[in-house]
Design a protein around this ligand. Sequence first.
Ligand code: ZN
Length: 131
Amino acid sequence: MKYNKNHMEFLSKIWDRKNNQVLICPLCKGKMIVVQLEPIQDVENAYVPYDTIIECTHCDFKISAESFSILGSVKDFDLKYIQIASWSPSGSRVISRYEHILDYDLLKKLKESTELKEFLIVNKQVIQVIG
Ligand SMILES: [Zn+2]
C-alpha cells in the first residue's frame, strides 16, 4: 500500500498502543520502523525536520510524516506532555513542550538522571528516546 495523507489518521491509532514504544502496523501487526529522508525547509522550527516514512517491516504498509530529533534532558512531564531542555542552534537554552507517547516510568527515570538523550519527534509528538 502506498502512503498518502489519508493514512495520517492511522498514526494516532498506532501510537495509542503503548506497546513498549514499538510501533505496530495496523494491517499485519508487524513492527514498523521510522526512516528519515530529505530535510525540509522550515523557518518556524529551530531543529531540522525531515520528510519521513514510517514503514512496516513485514508488509507494504507505509505512511509519510515529518520528524526531527532533539538532544536534551527531561525537564518535566505528565501523562500527555513532556518538556525537553535543550539548546537552540545558536547555543541558548531552550525548553520545548510536546505531546508524547512515552512510558511514564521511563520518563521518571530520565528526569531523575538528567541524562542527555535524543528524542525522536514525529508529527510534533515525541514517540521514542534514542540512545
Ligand atoms: Zn504490516
